[in-house]
Write a protein that binds this ligand. Structure first.
Ligand code: KIV
Ligand code: ZN
Length: 388
């Protein structure tokens, strides 16, 4: 298949890696609702679950396959026939099915998880891909813990699974171990050394244990990967997965990278709130792109600069991610310019001296109250009117 070399495919695993978070389990109807919203968002692939893991997860993959039509629906398996059979069965209604199979690739996993050898693991990887390929054309292979794997062995594994029929090769930094330059170099090595690498898409799947998931994913894309895996709000095992909204906005903000996705970023805010409430997982207020404070300006210096020209302190327009609006928050660190802005919004026009006085009263109040709202401002002005 011919691919636009600048197009990045977005693979959402909110319903699989995201749902592995303790307390975030969803019912099938909740998963269908999220899957439909992901389709509206424009993701290319929805990883709907791990069918062999439980009857509920199996059923969710069946129902999501029926509920969406544009995205590819993907099911996870380990590299064994039982898992793959279950995934084939669960995906039977999918318009565009994909099986995501794989096995450990680091010596740590090979020795201490599989009690095996590189040779045996390679054989199991190839067998799994060949077996899945008999039933489904689109096969993604994951080389688990690739972040810590020996790159020469990893290249051997990737080459072998492409020869066996893998259409996408996923290079997960399962433990969020790599630095961006290390992860980028790994992808570059594969791009330059694996025979027939252009027959498959390289996918990046990064975890956030060191807070580097987004940076590593971008490094992978800069070095030739063209699929990125992640979740809404960055939820996922331990410290989470790459946050899809972050990667998409990095690519939009840095258009010079020349890469684009088909995701409609204007749906991010709604999508984020929906996932947060369904999964009972609050979004941290300072979360990039979708956190409550992502567009809140609070200190006097920033507020003054922002009110002179938004672009002084705004690299993304809130409306581009569906955020209600930027906000000028009134705190004891706010300046006169911000107070004037809010008073004018409420219909009060004060001259210079009146504003100076109001600001002194405002500071006294703000030192004793964390959040100054419109009612506080009204009474601040009303008190003065009464005193006058
Ligand atoms: O992090 C990981 O390695 C995974 C694989 C199952 C793709 O989630
Ligand atoms: Zn993962």
């Amino acid at each position: 298949m011919l691919h636009d070399p600048n197009r990045v495919y977005v693979f959402d695993t909110t319903l699989r890696d995201g749902e592995q978070v303790p307390g975030c389990q969803l019912t099938t109807p909740e998963k269908i609702e999220i899957a439909r919203e992901l389709e509206t968002l424009g993701v290319d692939i929805i990883e709907a679950g791990f069918p062999v893991s439980s009857p509920g997860d199996f059923q969710s993959v069946v129902e999501i396959s029926k509920a969406v039509s544009a995205p590819t629906v993907c099911a996870l398996t380990r590299a064994n026939k039982g898992d793959i059979d279950s995934a084939i069965e669960a995906l039977k209604y999918a318009k565009h099915p994909r099986i995501h199979t794989g096995i450990g690739s680091s010596d740590q996993h090979i020795k201490h998880k599989f009690n095996s050898t590189r040779e045996e693991i390679l054989e199991r990887a190839v067998d799994a891909v060949k077996y899945a390929k008999k039933a489904v054309e689109d096969i993604e292979f994951y080389a688990e813990d690739a972040g810590r794997a020996d790159v020469v062995f990893l290249a051997q594994m990737v080459e072998a699974v492409i020869a066996a029929g893998a259409t996408v090769v996923n290079i997960p930094d399962t433990n969020g171990y790599c630095l961006p330059d290390q992860y980028g170099a790994k992808i570059k090595f594969l791009k330059e050394n694996v025979k027939n690498i252009d027959k498959a898409i390289i996918s990046v799947h990064c975890h956030n244990d060191l807070g580097l998931a987004t940076a590593n994913s971008i490094a992978g894309l800069q070095n030739g990967a063209r699929q990125v895996e992640g979740t809404i709000n960055g939820i996922g095992e331990r410290a989470g997965n790459t946050s899809i909204e972050e990667v998409v906005m990095v690519l939009k903000t840095h258009a010079a990278l020349g890469l684009y996705t088909n995701v409609n970023s204007k749906n991010f805010y709604e999508m984020s709130r929906m996932v947060s409430s369904q999964m009972r997982m609050p979004v941290q207020p300072n979360k990039a792109i979708v956190g409550a404070n992502a567009f809140a300006h609070s200190s006097g210096i920033h507020q003054d600069g922002f009110l002179k020209n938004r672009e002084n302190y705004e690299i993304i327009k809130p409306e581009d991610v569906g955020f209600p609006s930027a906000s000028i928050v009134l705190t004891a660190r706010s300046g006169r310019h911000a107070l004037k802005f809010h008073l004018e919004r409420l219909g009060y026009k004060l001259d210079k001296d009146e504003l100076y006085e109001a600001y002194q009263r405002f500071l006294t109040l703000a030192d004793s109250k964390l959040d100054i709202n419109d009612d506080d401002l009204q009474s601040l002005i009303a008190d003065k009117l009464v005193k006058n």
